[in-house]
Design a protein around this ligand. Structure first.
Ligand SMILES: Cc1cc2nc3c(=O)[nH]c(=O)nc-3n(C[C@H](O)[C@H](O)[C@H](O)COP(=O)(O)O)c2cc1C
Length: 323
């Protein structure tokens, strides 16, 4: 185990990747209790939602947990609230979080930067991040780079050694974990597999699509760009992607059903067809038409299981524990 994970009190080098609002406190805490590290995405949470999530974490686990921030959005207030609450790990995606390093260090938290290229990795290492997360293009959700995990991870390892590199993208079972360690990773960052965790806040329609899909259905595109433009993402082909593809992939605002609202948030506000929101359990309507983020490893995700069972399965791929 790398010392940075021991500093976080982890007993397994397994991190539950930030998966937007689907990462409930129940999921993150269960991963922490199983010896890994769970993370919450605070980018799109208002103060009340974030405080309530953090209070739940306090009640559910005494272990360290992580908070994630997507830098295409304003995150200063959310970050300050998380640091105030003594969050263990702060991770940044889609942008360079180095300007926040002094406040993270002052608060005693561990810092991680998600990267999609070797250059980005070098910059993160030079800036002083504690962990570099190399996200390969197989990944579900927003995909930073174009290189696959198999080629990216060892190149990042060579570029930033001895800094610990955590591998992300396409790791969904013990074989993927073993592969990540063979590439020189110090840990794994797993998203799609945790969409099938019992504790995750995933709409049942979305979850069923995840359980049914094969990896070829998880395509990289920019279809769901309302609210977060110019950010490629990997989603399951669904009715929206199919209609858009059949129409020759026209640009906004000429896409099929562009003006339609397909679903509703718990507060009753509408979600338009090409909005980047994914369906968690509080949403209603034609949620199948929404962004169903998933990575190519989705074909390895076949059943709903407690997060602790998923962590234990992944752990069997760690070299010292394999057997
Ligand atoms: C549903 C979903 C939502 C995501 N939301 C975020 C997010 O809010 N912040 C972030 O840094 N990454 C996000 N990601 C990317 C993951 O953190 C991670 O890089 C990716 O899931 C790893 O690949 P995998 O899905 O093959 O395990 C998301 C991924 C998924 C599947």
């Amino acid at each position: 185990m790398h010392p940075v994970f021991l500093r976080l009190g982890m007993t397994l080098p397994i991190l539950q990747a930030p998966i937007g609002s689907m990462a409930s406190p129940e999921l993150a805490a269960a991963v922490c209790e199983a010896g890994g590290l769970g993370q919450l995405s605070f980018t799109w949470k208002n103060a009340g939602q974030q405080e309530s999530d953090m209070e739940k974490m306090r009640l559910l686990t005494k272990r360290n947990w992580g908070a994630n921030f997507v830098l295409d959005f304003p995150v200063e207030e959310q970050l300050a609230r998380a640091l105030d609450r003594g969050v263990g790990l702060v991770s940044f995606f889609w942008g360079d979080g180095s300007e926040h390093l002094p406040s993270i260090t002052l608060a005693g938290a561990v810092s991680a930067q998600v990267v999609g290229t070797v250059d980005e990795a070098r910059r993160a290492a030079d800036a002083g991040f504690d962990i570099v997360v190399a996200q390969g293009a197989e990944a579900g959700g927003h995909v930073r780079g174009t290189m696959g995990t198999l080629a990216l991870v060892p190149q990042v390892v060579d570029a930033v050694s001895p800094l610990p590199v955590v591998a992300a993208g396409g790791i969904a079972d013990r074989r993927g974990v073993a592969a990540a360690f063979a590439l020189g990773a110090a840990g794994v960052w797993v998203g799609t597999r945790f969409l099938a965790a019992r504790e995750a806040d995933v709409h049942p329609v979305y979850r069923d699509e995840v359980l049914r899909a094969t990896g070829d259905r998880a395509i990289r595109c920019e279809a769901f760009d309302i609210g977060w433009p110019a950010a490629p993402h990997r989603v399951l082909v669904n009715s929206t992607v199919r209609a858009w593809t059949n129409a020759g992939r026209p640009r906004a605002p000429h896409r099929p059903g562009e003006a339609q609202q397909v679903a509703l948030r718990p507060d009753g506000s509408g979600i338009s067809r090409y909005h980047f929101a994914a369906p968690h359990s509080g949403m209603s309507g034609d949620v199948e038409a929404m962004a169903l983020y998933a990575g190519e490893g989705v074909g390895l995700v076949r059943e709903v299981e407690p997060a602790a069972t998923i962590v234990a399965d992944l752990a069997r791929g760690i070299p010292e524990l394999a057997g």
